[in-house]
Design a protein around this ligand. Structure first.
Ligand code: GLP
Length: 244
């Protein structure tokens, strides 16, 4: 089912919410990406980690969509000292299969040292690359986006953040408990909102409260996802379980 946001009682202008059956999830997301690649074959696309985008990555591998450049949304602090990090996760799930080499990947900086300067340089690198054409995002159960936890400002930039206990636990589950991150670096909400298009991916019943808060609640830092309504163009792809 495709339609304007009538399903949700929120203030959005040209934004679209697509409620899809689980088996349509990846296809719908890749169709959106391909529509961007028709306009810009080497579009700069942000790909997130997490369980939510796995159908998108399966469909990307199946269709061998791989001309784009990729920028990272977030990673754990000091990621280079870890094998359990977002970069390796993306390599395993999508980058290697699509033959996207490091020359086409903008890696978010996480090294100890002068991290604020490195984060500012990351923002400059995004700008030099022409800005983000499309940012795919997952939704944290607490309304977080990337690692923008509740309390993140609408104009926040790429920076180091401390993770909430819930987010640290959720991330430990990705690594079967072998690593539990406490700090990370994330694109800020302001950085994300500069993208030409944002696509929020939402799957599963445990996201329904966060999705409603994001689309219907007040735009406020306690639900960073609520700021996505300010995106230049926002598409929400959600499976039916989120409506429960
Ligand atoms: C993580 C990631 C986010 C992701 C979110 C939801 O903490 N930093 O980018 O979107 O949590 O993850 P999942 O899709 O596994 O529910």
């Amino acid at each position: 089912m495709r339609g304007r946001v009538g399903l949700f009682n929120c203030r959005m202008q040209d934004n679209t919410v697509q409620i899809v059956a689980p088996e349509e999830f990846g296809v719908t997301a890749v169709n959106l990406l391909e529509s961007v690649l028709v306009e810009r074959p080497n579009a700069l696309v942000v790909l997130p980690t997490g369980n939510t985008p796995l159908p998108l990555y399966a469909e990307l591998r199946r269709r061998k969509v791989g001309a784009m450049r990729v920028a990272m949304l977030d990673d754990y602090y000091d990621a280079a000292s870890l094998t359990t990090n977002s970069y390796h996760w993306l390599r395993r799930e999508v980058l290697d299969s699509l033959n996207i080499g490091d020359e086409r990947v903008l890696r978010i900086p996480t090294a100890p040292g002068n991290l604020p300067a490195a984060c500012a340089e990351y923002e400059s690198a995004l700008a030099r690359a022409g800005g983000c054409d499309l940012i795919f995002l997952g939704l944290g159960p607490n309304g977080h986006i990337g690692f923008n936890e509740p309390g993140s400002a609408v104009d926040s930039r790429t920076r180091m953040v401390t993770l909430s206990e819930a987010t640290a636990d959720a991330n430990a589950d990705y690594w079967q408990g072998a690593y539990r991150p406490r700090a990370a670096v994330t694109m800020g909400m302001g950085t994300i909102l500069e993208a030409r298009r944002v696509c929020l991916l939402v799957r599963g019943r445990n996201k329904s409260t966060a999705l409603r808060a994001a689309l219907e609640g007040p735009e406020a830092p306690d639900v960073p996802a609520s700021f996505l309504r300010r995106a230049r163009e926002l598409t929400v792809i959600a499976d039916r379980a989120c409506l429960k």
